[in-house]
Design a binder for this molecule. Sequence first.
Ligand code: MN
Length: 274
Amino acid sequence: MLPNHMKRKKRFSTGTGKFRLTAKTAPAILISDLHLTPESPETLTYFHSFLRSLENIDSLYVLGDLFEYWLGDDASETLGHSPVQDTLRDLTNGGTPVRVMPGNRDFLLGQEFAYRTRSTILKDATVQSFFGRQVLLLHGDSLCTDDEAHQKFRFIVDQPEWRSAFLDKPISERDDIGRVIRFRSNIEKRYKASQIMDVNQYAVDAALKTTEARLLIHGHTHRPGIHQWILNGRTYSRVVLGDWSVGPSWIEIHENDLQLHYQGIVERLDLNQI
Ligand code: MN
């Protein structure tokens, strides 16, 4: 048996004359569309055990719809969301940065939530660098431009006046309004053509055009997969996260590859090929 300090030497490559660590770097983890609510205890169990199982990771990103709905940071206890916030804070307290992007269900996630969980709120459409690669992160509903009714809704609830008027109402009244919105959106979902509920390729290209990123990651559509296409001689990739109705779905971004996990399936994207 070699003494430990000699074993460690093997992890360096001296072939190029430079020392190079071959030890794996910690991956970034991305999740979305958990739609957490005390009404789905199974999904809550997936969430708590998944987060507690995360070890040696660089960071955790939540790309929207962590919660089934969010009536304002002051209503989280009433809605029974304290255990979720506690588990997030355990992770950040352990030294893992957590970044949360609001989705179309929990678009009212705010600074109080961020403070309680020691997380950072990400703007919808954020370019983030992972191992030196620019990646465009979105929840995804802004790309579904064929769904005109949803785009109208998005425009209204994005207005600061609408938000402050809504948040000024008593929680019970907000809850009633939220119920009506969700009821209508569930009915509409049933009747809208399935293409309308997916992203529009022009919207995808337009979003990427404003950035240097060649890789886009989003959730929202609940259609996990990896898509690649060529535009003006450049290869672009779009990776879609899955929802959590049947178990965790997540993306691992490593230095040279990306893994998409959903329903027991793993799809890979070689990041050196894009
Ligand atoms: Mn969504």
